[in-house]
Design a protein around this ligand. Structure first.
Ligand code: SF4
Length: 196
């Protein structure tokens, strides 16, 4: 399913401020749709390739720009690179007015495979990319990557001093339960993932 309008992003969810997905208080965008189908995926409801919540890129950009308490943005999924040209547009608008915001992106692709033009343009605006599919058996309960096969790429030096947070630190996840809906913000330890 492809949304033809270049200004419309299909998302699974948003969070206006959390400390569970990277250094400092962060705005989080979870995009809708992923084709990797990893066993034990932290975001199973975000996998379906379907129209979910549609947001105008410029409207979303303005709400992030106005949010003065955040230090960065985390983009996760779903799979961000399935909507990469729209995310590139979003970050370009934001960076013009808030260049200090740092950007973390999670993807199931390997960095080496992100070799098409739109992906490369987007990566120019990303500070840290965490790549690779999630392999449940390799979840070692460490850092911000879900499993030890995933790599943390510092594409700029902006967050390099936080290397340990990404690779080794204890995890910090928020679990929100409402009716039949469970929402996890952050990378949970394996014992919590198994409860999803
Ligand atoms: S790449 Fe991420 S969102 Fe996609 S199925 Fe794997 S864990 Fe889930």
């Amino acid at each position: 399913m492809k949304i033809e309008n270049d200004n419309i992003l299909n998302i699974f969810d948003l969070c206006e401020g959390t400390k569970a997905l990277g250094p400092g208080l962060r705005f989080v965008i979870w995009v809708q749709g992923c084709t990797f189908k990893c066993k034990g995926c932290i975001s199973p409801y975000g996998q379906a390739i379907k129209e979910n919540i549609l947001v105008d890129v410029n409207v979303l950009a303005q709400s992030i720009i106005k949010n003065k308490s955040i230090e960065g943005i985390t983009i996760s999924g779903g799979e961000p690179f399935l909507q990469v040209s729209k995310l590139h547009k979003l970050l370009k608008v934001i960076k013009e007015q808030r260049p200090e915001l740092n950007i973390i992106v999670f993807t199931g692709f390997d960095l080496e495979d992100l070799d098409w033009d739109e992906a490369k343009d987007f990566l120019q605006l990303v500070d840290v990319l965490i790549d690779g599919i999630y392999i449940e058996e390799l979840n070692d309960n460490k850092g911000l990557r879900g499993s030890s096969n995933q790599r943390v790429h510092f594409l700029t030096n902006k967050l390099i001093l936080n290397k340990d947070v990404f690779e080794n630190s204890n995890r910090n996840a928020e679990v929100i339960v409402a009716n039949n809906y469970k929402k996890i913000i952050g990378i949970p330890n394996k014992s919590i993932t198994n409860l999803i």
